[in-house]
Design a binder for this molecule. Structure first.
Ligand code: IMP
Ligand code: MG
Length: 174
């Protein structure tokens, strides 16, 4: 039977917030080129929507890291599945994530990227679940804070499903 999904953040709310965030980032980085690093796969919808709202030059790269398993809770073991194609040395890097949950992924990823000597390194996330934080992560831009519920849509999956939903929803198992 198909899962029932309750809308938590509507498409309209997402569009409005991402537009405002794109404007803010364009101001903050004025005169520079932003190198956006999309964290696959979850960050892909947010990255493309955000990039469309940024009015200064943007370049892209992609990386993929996973915590093992398809459980709804991260295991804490982070694996780089796909590394960046290009060097980030001397570039103004903005990492784009779908959600910060325990913070384990980013607390592994950010120091690793910092070692590659970017001119600047900032973090932007669509969603933040502060109640679940285990590792402290410095977040520069957050679109929405969400409660401690498992969310799907706009890039976020449950067992690889629902990434294509144009809103953020909660799966209701009954
Ligand atoms: P971390 O716990 O901060 O390391 O987050 C690891 C990853 O778990 C995130 O980048 C997401 O891909 C995934 N994740 C965490 N919470 C959720 C959720 O509510 N829905 C879907 N994926 C999630
Ligand atoms: Mg992710």
């Amino acid at each position: 039977m198909a899962d029932k999904i309750k809308v938590l953040i509507s498409e309209e709310e997402l569009n409005k917030k991402i537009k405002a965030m794109g404007e803010q980032i364009s101001k903050d980085y004025e005169g520079k080129t932003i190198h956006l690093i999309c964290v696959l796969k979850g960050g892909v919808f947010f990255t493309t929507e955000l990039a469309k709202r940024i009015t200064i030059p943007v370049t892209f790269d992609f990386m993929s890291c996973s915590s093992y398993g398809s459980d709804t809770k991260s295991s804490g073991i982070v694996k780089i599945v796909k590394d960046l194609d290009e060097s980030i040395e001397g570039r103004d890097v903005l990492v784009v994530e779908d959600i910060i949950d325990s913070g384990r992924t980013l607390s592994y990823l950010l120091p690793m990227l910092e070692q590659r000597k970017p001119a600047s390194l900032k973090l932007c996330t669509l969603l933040d679940k502060p109640d679940r934080r285990v590792c402290d992560v410095p977040v520069d831009y957050t679109a929405f804070e969400v409660p401690d519920v498992f969310v799907v849509g706009y890039g976020l999956d449950f067992d690889q499903k629902y990434r294509n939903l144009p809103y953020i929803g909660v799966v209701e198992n009954d």
